[in-house]
Design a protein around this ligand. Structure first.
Ligand SMILES: Nc1nc2c(ncn2[C@@H]2O[C@H](COP(=O)(O)OP(=O)(O)OP(=O)(O)O)[C@@H](O)[C@H]2O)c(=O)[nH]1
Ligand SMILES: [Mg+2]
Ligand SMILES: [Zn+2]
Length: 356
């Protein structure tokens, strides 16, 4: 990736204002462009102002919780010998609950301006899942655009478009054939110079195909979906940032198997503004819209003004994030008490030694 200045990588005032005079003189900002296991690749300029690609090990962050490890899109400050020092405070973060039993937050990407929710007009299309993405983006003030792929393989896109406009009238929708660069013109207006756009969606929906078509390259491997069930083969395995000729930055991601929502109450509420507005008229202030008397949300469902599915998904997302927040808080507490225990143990062993 050839760049002229940090501005081309999305550097702006939000990051600049975090640096005092001393760090401006002694440190250099690098942007994380890909993460593979324990290796973080960053792009920036060295002390002689030469463009430089850095490979950093995540070992430096080994004692930090996972959400504070570098993610694609992060800005890492390094010293003049190119050793990592810290990660700058993020403008936005796309996160989920990490997979597995242990409760932790996994960062998918940092400092994203716009999210392309990529979905195809076939069985993969799922409005509940789209609302999950929307909630996560809204929580961190990322602007979402829905990209509907594979129109060339679809008889009739109307049901998909109706489902989107019926549920989310404000959501911009771009309908494309990802394999045909001519059909991608509409995406351009969402990818301004130095803006970072993340593509998220299930495996096989065409995220990497979009990137290849927009960069006129074959840089990203793509893979045909399975004929038996139409599912993708998880072709992309690492996140990586790509620069377009127009100066926009696109982040390719592996297809998502699961997107467990965490810490997103505000995002969910703003994804379901109709439910939030109706809730103002419920008899009880803390109405959960399950079976309470005087519930304005349930009344609206009965009157046919609100789809039951929407309320069900709202409940599902709200309780999922509450559950995940709770187990996260428990884990943090136990980490903290474990930390205290170790500190105590260290102190008493030092006391013991000093008496020897
Ligand atoms: N006809 C047609 N094929 C498409 C379109 N978009 C993607 N494909 C094909 O669908 C398959 C999967 O595309 P990929 O770009 O690999 O999908 P992906 O979202 O990157 O998948 P993962 O990397 O597994 O997450 C490839 O064979 C693409 O050529 C489209 O709009 N029309
Ligand atoms: Mg891919
Ligand atoms: Zn209610």
């Amino acid at each position: 990736m050839q760049i002229n200045s940090l501005l081309d990588l999305g550097w702006n005032n939000h990051f600049q204002s975090q640096l005092d005079l001393e760090s401006l003189e002694s440190q250099l900002p690098f942007r994380v462009v890909s993460v593979q296991r324990n290796l973080v690749e960053c792009l920036g300029f060295d002390q002689k102002d030469q463009q430089k690609t850095l490979q950093l090990s995540t070992y430096f962050w080994r004692n930090d919780p996972p959400e504070l490890h570098p993610a694609v899109g992060d800005w890492v400050m390094v010293d003049h010998d190119l050793n990592p020092l810290r990660i700058l405070e993020r403008k936005t973060e796309i996160k989920r609950r990490g997979a597995g039993k242990e409760s932790y937050i996994q960062l998918i990407a940092a400092n994203i301006d716009t999210l392309f929710i990529v979905t195809s007009c076939n069985d993969e299309f799922n409005i509940n899942r789209i609302e999950r993405y929307l909630s996560i983006a809204a929580e961190t003030n990322i602007h979402s655009v829905l990209v509907l792929t594979k129109i060339d393989l679809c008889q009739d896109v109307t049901p998909y478009l109706e489902s989107l406009s019926g549920n989310h009238p404000e959501l911009p929708v771009e309908v494309i054939n990802a394999t045909d660069p001519a059909s991608l013109d509409g995406l351009g207006k969402w990818i301004d110079h130095a803006q970072t756009v993340a593509l998220l969606g299930s495996s096989g929906v065409g995220k990497s195909t979009i990137i290849n078509s927009l960069t006129a390259s074959e840089d990203q491997a793509t893979g045909a979906i399975r004929e038996s069930d139409g599912k993708g083969r998880h072709t992309t395995t690492a996140r990586s940032l790509h620069r377009l000729a127009g100066g926009g930055l696109l982040l390719d991601n592996p297809g998502m198997r699961e997107l467990q929502i965490v810490d997103s109450e505000v995002g969910i509420k703003s994804t379901f503004p109709d439910i939030d507005a109706l809730a103002q008229n419920c008899r009880f202030k803390d109405c959960r819209h399950i079976s309470e008397p005087g519930c304005a949300v349930l009344r609206e469902i009965e009157a046919g003004g609100l789809e039951r599915r929407r309320l069900d998904n709202y409940h599902k997302l709200m309780s999922e994030q509450a559950r995940n927040n709770e187990s996260l808080a428990e884990r943090r507490n136990s980490d903290r008490s474990l930390g205290r225990f170790y500190k105590q143990a260290k102190k008493s062993s030092q006391r013991f030694k000093s008496r020897e």
